[in-house]
Design a protein around this ligand. Structure first.
Ligand code: ZN
Ligand code: ZN
Length: 231
């Protein structure tokens, strides 16, 4: 059932690659990585008692995939396990692993609601879904893709609750993606409004709209959690 979540991400990335020229190369690369992650996910799903050690066998194929099609910075990082950019390789393998564990409903760790109730990582994006008059917000975990309810007027970075400290910005080009900022901790998170575009796939549309990151950063906001491609 959940393997189709990977198929949806791949298909959406490929579709958006044709629509957003500025992000096309990055989205095509992401689609290839997601295709690889799907095979890791399927392998983990076969295991009755998955263990992180199982991921080591996928590292060499991932490195060789990135050497073939990756951006220069990642190709270089592949040779430097001590570099910051190397985190990409660990995270690219951990995502499908943790997502498989989360799907099985393994016992959640203790954490505040601002971080994932399953694995404790920060959210990658927000999601708005139809509910009553408005829309209900949830957050999507950057590692295991667990989604959890989160109040609309509340900063996941610092817990700020004052409406006037939590500005929301949109751009006409992407009217279904909101930059939700916080003037107390100067972080932002992008929220995908599925009431405006029901075909959006949050983790992919978040990537496709890097133009908004540039805008937010120029305006003094820092992203709460960088995505897999460190953007
Ligand atoms: Zn998580
Ligand atoms: Zn804040």
């Amino acid at each position: 059932m959940s393997a189709s979540a990977w198929d949806r991400r791949i298909a959406r990335a490929e579709r958006l690659a044709g629509a957003h020229r500025a992000a096309a190369e990055m989205l095509k690369f992401y689609a290839q990585i997601a295709r690889f992650q799907k095979t890791v996910y399927e392998a983990i799903e076969q295991e009755i008692h998955p263990d992180r050690a199982l991921l080591t066998r996928h590292l060499a194929p991932l490195v060789s995939l990135v050497r073939g099609i990756g951006p220069p910075a990642l190709v270089q990082a592949a040779n430097e396990p001590e570099s910051e950019a190397y985190a990409f390789f660990e995270r690219a393998l951990l995502q499908p692993y943790t997502e498989s564990l989360a799907r099985r409903g393994y016992t959640p760790l203790d954490s505040s609601p601002s971080t994932c109730p399953f694995c404790g990582e920060k959210p990658q994006a927000g999601v708005l879904r139809e509910e009553g008059d408005g829309g209900k917000r949830s957050l999507v975990c950057s590692l295991c893709s667990t989604e959890w309810d989160f109040r609309r007027v509340l900063c996941p970075g610092c817990g700020e609750e004052a409406l006037d400290k939590l500005p929301i910005y949109t751009a006409s080009e992407f009217d279904y993606v909101r930059v939700e900022a916080c003037d107390s901790c100067n972080t932002y998170i992008k929220t995908i409004d599925l009431t405006r575009d029901g075909l959006a796939v949050p983790v992919v549309d978040e990537l496709a709209t890097i133009a908004l990151n540039v805008w937010a950063e120029e305006n003094g906001y820092r992203k709460l959690q960088l995505n897999l491609l460190a953007m």
